[in-house]
Write a protein that binds this ligand. Structure first.
Ligand code: ATP
Length: 310
């Protein structure tokens, strides 16, 4: 059985009368990159802050690194980059990381060496002794990432780590996340940037309006929307087009979309087209992208909530 780094059996959080998390569960395997996705306001930060005891959940059952959520000692093994992390402008990047090191009980020569290594890791080696006030948003984010790693955490929570970072910096952050995973750490990433999460995460969960609406590996989730795209040398003749459409396929001019999970399921369509004299120019297997899945899942969850409220 896969060991879990985070196992939420049940988590509920109310802010006054507003239910930000309506009883969610989640499992993030140890050593994995886990992406928690959701539109703005879905409850992603609330979930992470509840796990880290930054806010008090209304009801919570589960474990973090095998210990009951809320266990203080476990938090020493955790790294955290908050969303919109802000550091004092008058400190240098090195001092920001040193501050986190101090709070984590990392001191002396070890701290000094580790801070320099982390500055290099996040591409801030040349900027470590300059003040945060002179940094761009992306540079502040890199320092935030470095301070999250200063205690060599077993699990690191990154809340929107690429916020304000340019495309080149995003690629570097992705590499850093991959590096953390290679070192055996669990990386829990909150993001609304689906393309990025798709490239780096092993498992994802989608949160919408405080409810968990999908979870699984990316291939499991996008595999449900597997289909084939076929192009013919000219428009599909009307007689065969009607038959294909009534069998659930989409036909647009010379393009056919055939829902099927396996190539064997489309052989009949190919035979029928060829028997009608249609020439096949191109055939390819396609999956629903994470973005398509996300949009359809979030929209149907919103409709369900509206329907329930009506
Ligand atoms: N302290 C608070 N008091 C009242 N409501 C809050 C508080 N913090 C968050 N909320 C509300 O709870 C909901 C979830 O917020 P949360 O920040 O967890 O969402 P999120 O998924 O992280 O979104 P974003 O990416 O925009 O930060 C939002 O509707 C937000 O307005």
């Amino acid at each position: 059985m896969t060991e879990s780094a985070v196992e939420i059996e049940y988590l509920r959080k109310r802010y006054g009368s507003f239910e930000a998390l309506a009883g969610v569960s989640l499992l993030a395997p140890k050593g994995s990159v886990f992406g928690l996705l959701g539109p703005n306001g879905a409850g992603k930060s609330t979930l992470v802050k509840s796990l880290l005891t930054i806010i008090r959940p209304t009801e919570c059952r589960g474990t973090l690194l095998g210990k009951k959520i809320g266990d203080r000692a476990t938090l020493a093994k955790v790294g955290y980059l908050p969303e919109h992390a802000k550091f004092p402008d008058y400190l240098t990047g090195r001092q920001v990381i040193a501050y986190s090191a101090g709070m984590a009980g990392v001191a002396g020569k070890i701290a000094k060496q580790r801070i320099s290594r982390l500055l290099d890791l996040v591409g801030m080696g040349a900027w470590g002794d300059k003040r945060v006030g002179t940094y761009s948003k992306g540079m502040k984010q890199r320092v935030g990432l470095a301070q999250a790693l200063v205690n060599e955490p077993e699990i690191v929570f990154l809340d929107e780590p690429t916020d304000g970072v340019d495309p080149e910096g995003r690629i570097e952050i992705r590499k850093i996340i991959e590096g953390m995973k290679a070192e055996g750490r669990t990386v829990f990433v909150n993001s609304h940037l689906l393309g990025e999460v798709e490239q780096v995460a092993d498992q994802v969960a989608i949160l919408s309006q405080g409810r968990m609406i999908r979870s699984g590996s990316i291939s499991e989730l996008t595999g449900a929307g597997k289909h084939y795209e076929l192009r013919t040398s000219g428009p599909v003749p009307l007689a065969i087009r009607e038959k294909l459409e009534s069998a659930g396929m989409q036909v647009a001019g010379d393009r056919l979309t055939i829902p099927a999970s396996d190539a064997s399921e489309i052989q009949g369509v190919i035979d029928a087209l060829r028997a009608s004299g249609v020439i096949i120019r191109e055939l390819k297997e396609a999956r629903q992208s994470l973005e398509e899945l996300f949009l359809s899942a979030v929209n149907s969850a919103r409709e369900a909530v509206k329907g329930g409220a009506a």
